[in-house]
Design a protein around this ligand. Structure first.
Ligand SMILES: *Cc1c(COP(=O)(O)O)cnc(C)c1O
Length: 371
């Protein structure tokens, strides 16, 4: 069935990475098979979540794990877990936090907006946000000061290219919180390729989006301390009802983890870099375009291609080129974070070589003025 045709939807080439408004990712065939098969059956969902805990902890050496609707749900439920522990009366009371300790410390530079401000995902649990430092950064002193506030239940850290300023490195921040027995929640939603590094920070809970680079159905992995993971699961009987993962999401996520485990990451990385290089070379054959490879800014094992345009020569600015790309058929979406500097950047790792070709042809067409 051709879904685009059936529902009259326009085709999209997403060169913005795991960009949620464009459908995030494409799943590999084994993951699609497992998620589809899940729809045919009933399961004991508690048993399914126990199995997820076992499979994920075996694969990554964390103490325990569970699966939520998505990483944003994981933030809210992890914060709730830090507030309620396993006290069912408290679970039932949320998001009303009266009489409960509810302070969540976050470095100002870790306040990010991935579609909504993460601050709201914290407040959704009934928590109070305590900001440490400012946009320029957060020193160890500022963090300690915030952690010393009355009623702090957790420190939330973010690992994302969206973070700003000079902040205490995450492993050090974890240590400072642990000195005060404050649990740490680390949101690394788009950082599943660096999962061992995130777990090594010592954070009590690490959050990952399964639908981003892992290419599973939409789901959130919550990995870490058993008592906290148990408390996350208890929220199902409270504010977590609307944040639950379906059977296809749980099984799809497990299939994606197993698929990842079998993949030779070294050769994947090499192939992807060669593809990026070839794309960058082809770009330079288009008049007035220069290109370079840039490593993923968070340290992920892949490269993006930056294309810089010369409006003096071609008469077209990067902004105009981006607009033409968006409005063509198919619609093409590169990152526009550097558009003011005349640069569009392309994340190609989830695209086919045929799609790389479509992007190159379209750029040539736009710049040569035939459209
Ligand atoms: C994408 C993202 C989220 C939200 O993830 P969902 O799974 O879509 O809820 C949270 N935090 C960061 C840093 C993200 O990049």
């Amino acid at each position: 069935m051709d879904l685009h045709k059936h529902f009259g939807l326009r085709h999209v080439i997403n060169a913005r990475g795991t960009y949620t408004p464009l459908g995030v990712s494409r799943s590999p065939e084994p993951v699609i098979e497992v998620a589809s098969e899940a729809f045919r059956h009933f399961f004991d969902m508690a048993e399914l979540q126990d199995t997820a805990g076992r499979v994920i902890s075996d694969l990554y050496g964390c103490e325990w794990a569970t699966i939520t609707n998505c990483a944003a749900a994981g933030i809210t439920l992890s914060v709730a877990a830090a507030m309620t522990g396993t006290d069912m009366e408290k679970v039932a009371q949320l998001p009303d936090a009266s009489g409960m300790a509810n302070g969540v410390v976050i470095p100002a530079g870790h306040l990010v907006n991935y579609g909504h401000p993460n601050e709201q995902a914290i407040r959704l649990a009934g928590a109070r946000v305590l900001i440490a430092g400012d946009r320029h950064g957060c020193t160890a002193e500022s963090l300690e000061q915030a952690l010393g506030t009355e009623g702090v239940v957790a420190l939330l850290l973010t690992d994302s290219r969206l973070c700003q300023g000079e902040n205490v490195p995450n492993p050090e921040a974890v240590e400072l919180a642990h000195r005060r027995d404050i649990p740490v929640i680390l949101d690394g939603a788009a950082q599943d390729l660096r999962l061992p590094e995130l777990l090594a920070t010592g954070a009590d809970l690490v959050l990952i989006s399964a639908q981003k680079y892992l290419s599973a159905p939409t789901a959130g992995l919550v990995m870490g301390r058993r008592d906290l993971v148990d408390a996350v699961r208890l929220q199902d009987k409270g504010i977590g009802r609307g944040m639950k993962a379906g059977k296809e999401a749980v099984l799809g996520a497990l299939a994606a983890l197993e698929h990842r485990q079998k993949r030779d990451m070294g050769s994947w990385e090499k192939t992807k870099k060669e593809e990026a290089k070839a794309f960058a070379e082809q770009l330079t054959k288009i008049p007035f375009v220069t290109s370079k490879l840039v490593r993923d800014p968070t340290g992920g094992p892949f490269w993006r291609v930056h294309a810089t345009f010369d409006p003096e020569q071609s008469g077209k600015s990067a902004t105009e080129i981006a607009k033409a790309l968006r409005e063509g058929r198919p619609r093409i979406f590169p990152f526009e974070t550097l558009v003011e500097e005349g640069t569009l950047n392309f994340e190609l790792i989830s695209l086919s070589k045929q799609e790389h070709g479509i992007i190159l042809n379209r750029l040539a067409e736009i710049i040569n003025g035939s459209s």
